[in-house]
Design a protein around this ligand. Structure first.
Ligand SMILES: Cc1cc2nc3c(=O)[nH]c(=O)nc-3n(C[C@H](O)[C@H](O)[C@H](O)COP(=O)(O)OP(=O)(O)OC[C@H]3O[C@@H](n4cnc5c(N)ncnc54)[C@H](O)[C@@H]3O)c2cc1C
Length: 305
């Protein structure tokens, strides 16, 4: 006898748990599979999620798990999904501990950050090296800040991040990624952003909430925060296995979804949170998961396909 559920949710972080909450309240049989690798697990604090501003990312997720555990039809399971096949009403999800059948699948697997290869960046990720000024800018406001360029898009990041520091305390470290043209240089000058062309050799913890940027030739720069723009990728093979279309998000591929319903291009497969979002944030992942949970439920009840 196969284990069978109305919905299997792959990914039990903010988006997946929010979807599970809706489905649990609709009294549907749901299993949430989670491998426990939230994208923000490197950070000590999470900002900008109303009601939890400044809380630990794990505590926020645990509060979500506690809410979902209250519904007896939802099971939270520590497991890693390896393969998903099938079609509407007949999906098969293979995990490292067995196989499940489901009528609907919700993918809430998040994305993986491919960090710039500069030595030290990975070690300080979420603890001095950041990507989102809305998440981490306020705490560093007025300290000198820097953006480590990885493409021409870093120009916009530098212009934006400069909002969180004082005039003249912001540096764009080009590191050979691009060369600003006259108009771009003027934009940087208007926001009093210094351009540094010397290659970056490494970054390290400078103590006292500072990051030390070591430049080629021995010069160093002390900053309160270094901002980078990692490319993102979907680590799981489910899109190819199920035939879901992807589209280009700002930093990497994401699932193509109906913005309202969160359904992918394959009927019965939903994607929510960072894996299907143009803008990553805990609050948006929760909103997305809520939509996906409600939509998946409605397709179990209403004749839409
Ligand atoms: C350093 C850092 C700091 C951040 N700070 C903030 C902040 O302050 N405020 C804010 O709003 N946002 C912040 N973010 C963004 C935030 O982390 C994401 O927007 C949010 O985590 C997205 O939630 P999610 O549920 O979509 O995915 P995730 O939180 O990434 O969770 C995905 C889950 O799916 C699981 N999973 C993946 N594949 C499988 C599989 N095959 N089987 C089983 N489980 C699987 C993973 O293990 C993980 O638990 C930060 C991000 C980073 C990297």
């Amino acid at each position: 006898m196969h284990e069978s559920h109305d919905v299997v949710i792959v990914g039990g972080s903010y988006a997946g748990l929010a979807a599970a909450l809706q489905l649990g309240r609709a009294r549907r049989s749901v299993v949430v599979l989670d491998a426990g690798k939230r994208r923000n697990r490197f950070a000590a604090h999470s900002h900008g999620f109303l009601g939890f501003d400044g809380g630990s990312p794990d505590a926020i997720a645990e509060a979500g798990r506690a809410n979902v555990r209250a519904y007896s039809t939802v099971e939270l399971r520590e497991a890693y999904a390896t393969e998903i096949r099938g079609k509407l009403d007949a999906f098969v999800v293979r995990t490292d501990s067995g196989e499940l059948r489901a009528r609907r699948v919700i993918l809430a697997t998040g994305v993986v950050d491919d960090l710039p290869g500069v030595p030290g960046v990975a070690e300080l990720w979420g603890r001095g090296v950041y990507h989102c000024p809305y998440c981490d800018g306020y705490e560093r406001a007025r300290a000198p800040l820097a953006v480590l360029a990885s493409s021409e898009m870093s120009l916009h990041q530098a212009l934006l991040v400069s909002e969180w520091t004082t005039d003249g305390a912001m540096t764009l470290l080009l590191n050979g990624a691009f060369e600003p043209d006259a108009e771009q240089s003027a934009q940087l000058a208007r926001r009093h952003i210094a351009i540094e062309r010397t290659p970056v050799v490494r970054v390290r913890d400078g103590g006292k909430d500072r990051v030390t940027v070591e430049l080629d030739g021995g010069r160093t720069l002390e900053v309160g925060g270094l901002f980078v723009q990692p490319k993102t990728r979907i680590a799981e093979p489910f899109a190819a296995q199920l035939g879901c279309e992807l589209e280009q998000g700002p930093m990497g591929p994401i699932y193509k979804v109906d913005p309202m319903l969160k359904e992918t291009t394959v009927p019965g497969v939903f994607a929510c949170g960072d894996v299907g979002a143009m803008m990553p944030a805990v609050a948006l992942a929760v909103a997305d998961g809520t939509r996906a949970g409600i939509s998946a439920h409605r397709t179990l009840v209403l004749p839409t396909h």
